[in-house]
Design a protein around this ligand. Sequence first.
Ligand code: PLP
Length: 390
Amino acid sequence: MIPYGRQDISEEDIEAVVSVLRSDFLTQGPVIPAFEEAVAKYCGVLKGVAVNSATSALHIACIALDVGPGDLVWTSPITFVASANCALYCGASIDFVDIDPLTYNMSVDALRVKLESAAQNGKLPKVVIPVHLAGQPCEMAPIKELAERYGFKIIEDASHAIGSKYRGEYVGNCRYSDITVFSFHPVKIITTGEGGMAVTNDLKLANKLTRLRSHGITRAPQEMTRIPDGPWYYQQIELGFNYRMSDIQAALGLSQISRLNEFLAKRYSIAKKYDELLSNTFLKTPLQHVDSCSSWHLYIVRIKREEIRFTHKDIFERLRNFGIFVNLHYIPIYRHPYFAAMGFHHENFPESESYYSEAITLPIYPGLQENQQLEVIKRIRAPTGHQNLF
Ligand SMILES: *Cc1c(COP(=O)(O)O)cnc(C)c1O
């Protein structure tokens, strides 16, 4: 079976984890800050706050930006549900901005139009969450301009995009956002087993995120409401969570980030090979925006429906029968029953709908061997084993 994504664990990664197991601290030890600093340094941002998942990072990022009941948060419909759930955890409402037909990221034009009418209805979002789908960065400069004009905050969901570049700089430098979030789930670019990180240049936000990941507790006398009772003293000053990452996980992350550039190079070369061998077929290969450089977390093709006599679903079934575990990222969020019950209408998201009827994620990960990739290409060009069936 060839999966769509897979982690790559080296002997050095294993050794790094084992050394934490032999040390004094399994959690809240020295490896967490080392991992946070390594990610922050790589991205060119001031602070990183490691947590147990990107979902947790998105949740506390929303709280840190004061998202609460009565507020609106907007994201793309073509993302994992976690990008939307974070708003709901805070009691806010979620809404979606349709995607760009070329990049499949949140459309800046659709965002502009939606903001204009929201401004008239007094229903502007407090936070917008652009998602760098597949590793392709969103057009952050115009989104940031809109944020300044309409007064919303930005959380970048960069779960797919550690190592991606926008206008020559790493995603995560927060030049265009308040907070950026990464995921270290095993299918993502680097992994900690489960894990995530929120990065920011705002030290106040970083402090708040740090408190929120650990029960809302502070040990800093200047944050307390009164003089400490004694050396044992700490205060809970707000409602937080146990969203901590362990040192065991951070050790894996620290070892993995030293291999990030190697991973990116492999993903890039796999993507280029697909680009080359799938051009001039019934598949639309992904566009690389001129302003950006993708991490190639996912390689998403779209079928040209008018040029084939199989359905989208047929292609999935046939490829999966051949052991090629193609996937679909993502089911538009508003189509999930939980969200559909909130009254979203498919007609409001024509680009997302057409994407959903055409998209296929092909296998891409550092350990994908050339012969496996050629097998995928052969099967997808002729999924029944015969040539020219399309
Ligand atoms: C994976 C993913 C998440 C959630 O990440 P976890 O670390 O599994 O919580 C959020 N958003 C997007 C776009 C993702 O792909």
